[in-house]
Design a protein around this ligand. Structure first.
Ligand SMILES: [Zn+2]
Length: 83
């Protein structure tokens, strides 16, 4: 099943969960999410690809500079290496 990346469109009112973005697994047939499941604020789907639309943090910049390392968000604002 595909993994979708969502992030708050209105960061000022976002909760910690959607403020930095989160990943969720959905079936293709399922409608895309439009609001955060935790705070109900609007969210938008990110493109799941390395270094696109994810240059907001220094961690991401570092990952980009490091080459092929991709960091996966684990939902608490922390990161773990995927490969
Ligand atoms: Zn939220």
């Amino acid at each position: 099943m595909p993994v979708y990346d969502y992030i708050a469109t209105d960061v000022a009112h976002a909760c910690l969960y959607c403020e930095k973005g989160f990943e969720t697994v959905q079936r293709l047939a399922e409608p895309r999410m439009t609001v955060c499941p935790r705070c109900g604020n609007p969210i938008t789907k990110c493109i799941v690809a390395p270094a696109i639309g994810r240059s907001k943090t220094k961690l991401d910049d570092r990952a980009k500079n490091a080459g092929f390392t991709k960091l996966k968000k684990i939902g608490t604002g922390e990161y773990e290496k995927m490969y």
